[in-house]
Design a protein. Structure first.
Lengths: 423, 298
């Protein structure tokens, strides 16, 4: 036990002291914060105001076309049209809108007109035409606007602890985050274990070490050590992301702009916002956290043992392909299944894939925010524990033979034989 | 009676259809330097791995220091495998300390002993260097130190001199002899027969998964003598009676084998009559000859 602790310590320290770990740990949150902040920041920056030259012969759109933040329309006489068509680049206009009649609209520009501008103009014109037609049909526009009533259906989940407010969007978001994180974690740190095993094999230190400790101790020590690395990185990411994003908010958005932003939040938005807060409160956060940690580690343990076995079976990382594929297929499959499971979190597919240990770490986390019965959860957890005990036993057998096979390219037949060798 | 540090009885190890060790018996006397010889693939490495409990035999028993070999005994055995290496990215001192502690040494004792061995082999300057900065020979010295650091009763070296230049090989050889003088038993596996003759006092030869020869090196050499004498004469036109057979002639240097019922004195008598003798000695077979003969006769 003392020895396995020494191994865990080495595997942990050697990785967290690496430059790449430190860089990843710092860059990760900066990237995350950038993803959160940049869109808001850009959205707050003023847009370039673009002038659109408008020429119409038989219609009267100009009077109804309202300027917006980034577009203003200037009516031009016929003489300018041919001149603009020749050399619009040197004119103050971004584009020329030529309206022949109610059906033919053409936009001239010396560059590809951006999609958003094209759509904005289309919307404006469509709106004007719609109003015109409604008027012709004798419908009062004011009545029409009043009749537009926003509706938000509140969802209530009748659970064992009484009624809680549900929100499909929030559950969706949390489910997606959990699934992606577990998928990433298993992949990143599973391959890290595999590379560690290959490194020990190619550097030929493995036989020196297993003359002091059992191969199983070396394998488990590595797996545990890397798990701690993963947890450390994950916690640091959360911590740093919080710190960086709160700092950035102070730096980029002073309080007044924040206030106006909040003020601009429409009534509809604020309703959604409070709904979301209520829904978050409705989700069983402690259960979610505990389950997340469990599936995070359970899934990792299950897969990393297999990754370790793959590392032991090969001589160089380039040879891992043939063995890696069957190991990663269930992982990738659960990743693909995330979307359909979120659409139908109580279906047959969701039920079975959240029980099978190879898919349950991701799928169960995706299902949890939508609510899963305790019996199912306990079944899934027990199966995962059995699952990683099974893969670890199996992997240990391949591992202890594989690490001593130098310069041999193992086949599946060979691996099968290794399973039968006596330790 | 001599005390045995290790007895391997009837060891069998199979890998699928391949038999790596077929009822192998080995007895190693305490304090001896024991040469474990054999061609590639004979099963030497498998046997050494079994002694180190890296793998388990299918059947057979191992007695270490009078008792059945148990897990804790690994602290009393030092093993330098043929396929050896170090973590490239780790610093020398830190790594040596890690390996010493894995052997079960307490922290302070490990540091103290490492400092002793590092200064003894003149490598104390490397403590903070990364292994990847060392040459192959330098790394081998570090590996030697971590093999002997815990002062084991039994040391197992698999090709210890590969990768060393002659100067460092001599340093390591002297260290091994020194350890032997202090009572450590040494198992020494190699293909280099001249170093076997230099160092070992007992040998076992394994071929095709079986022990074909075992015993004190002098006795084995005696058993392999074939009544051949190496004779140097003044002239190079020797003619001998039918009692003797000239096996080889290089100028005035002859290899002469005695036939049945003749002695070295008979040969000397015949030579003295006609020739002027420069040198005359019995040709003792080298370990290399014995190795080749034993393996071929199998």
């Amino acid at each position: 036990m003392n020895k396995i602790w020494l191994i865990i310590k080495r595997e942990y320290l050697i990785r967290v002291r690496k430059k790449s770990f430190i860089i990843m740990t710092i860059l990760g949150p900066i990237l995350m914060a950038a993803i959160i902040i940049l869109p808001t920041y850009l959205a707050m920056q003023g847009h370039d105001e673009r002038s659109i030259a408008l020429y119409e012969e038989n219609t009267a759109f100009f009077s109804s076309l309202k300027d917006s933040d980034d577009l203003n329309f200037v009516k031009i006489p016929f003489e300018e049209v041919s001149f603009l068509k020749k050399d619009i680049g040197n004119s103050p206009y971004y584009a020329l809108l030529d309206i022949k009649d109610d059906e033919n609209f053409t936009l001239y520009s010396n560059q590809q007109v951006s999609l958003s501008i094209k759509e904005e103009i289309q919307d404006k014109i469509a709106n004007i035409l719609q109003h015109q037609k409604l008027k012709e049909a004798g419908i009062d526009l004011q009545i029409l606007q009043k009749s537009n009533t926003p509706v938000e259906v509140e969802t209530i989940i009748i659970g064992e602890e009484g009624e809680t407010t549900g929100n499909a969007e929030v559950s969706f978001g949390i489910a997606f985050m959990c699934g992606i994180l577990i998928y990433m974690f298993i992949f990143m740190y599973g391959t890290m274990v595999m590379r560690g095993v290959i490194e020990e094999k190619t550097s030929r230190i493995v036989e020196v070490i297993i003359s002091s400790v059992k191969p199983f101790q070396l394998m488990m020590g590595k797996i545990m050590g890397v798990a701690l690395v993963g947890l450390t990185q994950f916690l640091l990411w959360i911590l740093l992301t919080l710190i960086i994003s709160s700092f950035a908010e102070i730096l980029f958005f002073d309080a007044s702009t924040l206030a106006t932003e909040a003020g601009e939040m429409s009534k509809e938005q604020s309703v959604i916002f409070s709904e979301m807060l209520k829904a978050v409160a409705g989700i069983n956060i402690p259960q979610l956290l505990v389950a997340f940690l469990f599936y995070f580690l359970g899934g990792y343990l299950l897969y990393s043992a297999l990754f370790a076995a793959v590392g032991a079976a090969v001589d160089a990382e380039a040879d891992t392909q043939q063995f890696i594929l069957p190991v990663t297929i269930p992982l990738i499959l659960s990743f693909i299944l995330m979307q359909p499971i979120m659409d139908n979190p109580d279906g047959v597919l969701a039920y079975w894939t959240s029980l099978i240990p190879f898919t349950s770490p991701i799928i169960m986390m995706v299902r949890l925010p939508f609510g899963v019965s305790n019996t199912e959860l306990i079944m899934s957890i027990s199966l995962l524990v059995l699952g990683f005990l099974a893969t670890t036993t199996l992997a240990a057998k391949i591992y202890r033979t594989g690490i001593l096979m130098y310069g041999k390219k193992a086949s599946y037949k060979e691996l099968w034989k290794w399973l039968t060798f006596k330790g | 009676m001599q005390k045995h540090i290790l007895i391997a009885k009837d060891i069998v190890k199979k890998y699928g259809n391949h038999t790596a060790l077929n009822h192998v018996n080995i007895e190693i006397i305490e304090g001896s330097i024991f040469g474990l010889l054999g061609p590639n693939g004979a099963g030497k490495t498998t046997l050494m791995r079994i002694i180190n409990q890296i793998i388990a035999p299918d059947s057979g028993r191992l007695i270490f220091d009078g008792n059945p070999l148990k897990r804790e005994d690994i602290a009393k055995i030092g093993y330098l495998p043929e396929e050896r290496g170090l973590y490239k990215k780790m610093k020398v001192g830190e790594q040596a300390l890690y390996l010493a502690k894995l052997k079960g040494m307490p922290h302070h004792e490990a540091i103290e002993k490492l400092k002793y061995w590092f200064s003894r082999l003149d490598i104390l300057d490397w403590w903070h260097k990364k292994v990847e900065e060392l040459s192959k020979g330098m790394a081998q010295k570090v590996q030697f130190v971590v093999t002997v650091i815990h002062n084991p009763k039994l040391l197992i070296f698999d090709e210890p001199f590969s990768g060393f230049d002659p100067i460092n090989a001599a340093i390591i050889r002297n260290e091994i002899l020194e350890l032997s003088k202090n009572g450590t038993t040494i198992i020494f596996s190699t293909h280099r027969m001249e170093s076997v003759e230099e160092i070992c006092n007992h040998i076992a030869l394994i071929n095709n998964a079986e022990t074909v020869l075992q015993g004190p090196i002098e006795k084995i050499k005696n058993d392999f003598r074939n009544n051949t004498f190496s004779v140097k004469l003044k002239a190079d036109n020797l003619i001998l009676s039918n009692n003797f057979k000239i096996l080889d002639q290089q100028g005035n240097h002859y290899q002469i084998q005695l036939k049945e019922n003749t002695t070295a004195n008979d040969l000397l008598n015949e030579l003295i009559k006609n020739e002027e003798i420069i040198s005359f000695e019995e040709k003792i077979p080298s370990m290399e000859d014995i190795f080749i003969k034993a393996v071929k006769d199998e």
